[in-house]
Design a protein around this ligand. Structure first.
Ligand SMILES: C[S@@+](CC[C@H](N)C(=O)[O-])C[C@H]1O[C@@H](n2cnc3c(N)ncnc32)[C@H](O)[C@@H]1O
Length: 215
């Protein structure tokens, strides 16, 4: 599979952080912002849904939703280390046969992938420069709902992200995190036929649930 961003993301989301995330997941369960996505999706009361988890990391969303809401899932991720851990955890949970794992930049392979009832992007848009391309392709793949988390546009994060950017440049690390404009993301998803039906906020992360408008 082609993968424009895999080299950069593989370096950032490597084996050590993937294993640390799995340990954290085993100890504490899904992270707070992931729980907001899970609650939002469960509130839709879907059954036997098909899930597309983009940038799913260690796969917490599909590990959880395959227990009740989802029948099968596709997990596309640019990090091979995260996919490896997600695959191992899926096998431990007996979900191995129900998840398709794809190592790729989603925007490169989107046109080859089928649509799903639910699309999730948990802390993914902020890792990707072209949020418009990523969100448009994600929206086109959702038949019912799309849930995502992204950093809040708030003063302390603006300062924090500038500092982070400075240190990344100093270390000549090409990986960047982005504080994308929320109003633009919202307008793009509305244009793609979605309506924002729920927003929840934590100190850093905001979660938004979008549902496709019938018709
Ligand atoms: C901050 S991690 C979040 C992982 C997981 N969703 C979570 O919240 O724990 C971002 C993940 O998105 C993946 N990613 C970023 N851009 C991507 C893209 N365009 N296509 C596929 N995966 C992407 C990275 O490889 C990484 O696994």
């Amino acid at each position: 599979m082609p993968c424009n961003c895999c080299e950069i993301t593989d370096n950032t989301f490597g084996e050590d952080s993937a294993r640390a995330d799995v340990r954290g997941y085993h100890k504490r369960g899904p992270a707070a912002q992931t729980k907001l996505i899970l609650q939002a999706i469960r509130s839709l009361r879907l059954q036997d849904a098909e899930l597309l988890d983009i940038g799913g990391g260690i796969g917490a969303i599909h590990h959880e939703l395959l227990e009740d809401v989802a029948d099968k899932a596709t997990h596309v991720d640019a990090s091979s280390a995260y996919l490896k851990e997600a695959k191992a955890e899926a096998a431990r949970r007996g979900h191995g046969e129900r998840v398709r794992f794809i190592h790729a930049d989603f925007t490169d392979v989107a046109s080859d992938l089928p649509t799903a009832d639910v699309v999730t992007l948990d802390r993914v848009v902020c890792c990707y420069p072209d949020f418009r391309g990523l969100l448009k392709a994600s929206a086109e793949h959702s038949r019912r709902a799309l849930a995502l988390t992204y950093p809040r546009e708030i003063w302390y994060l603006r300062i924090g992200f500038r500092i982070l950017d400075f240190f990344q440049k100093l270390r000549s690390d090409p990986f960047r995190v982005f504080l994308h404009p929320i109003a633009e993301m919202d307008a793009l998803l509305e244009k793609e036929g979605f309506e924002r039906t729920s927003v929840r906020r934590l100190f850093v992360w905001e979660m938004a649930l979008y549902q496709r408008i019938a018709g």
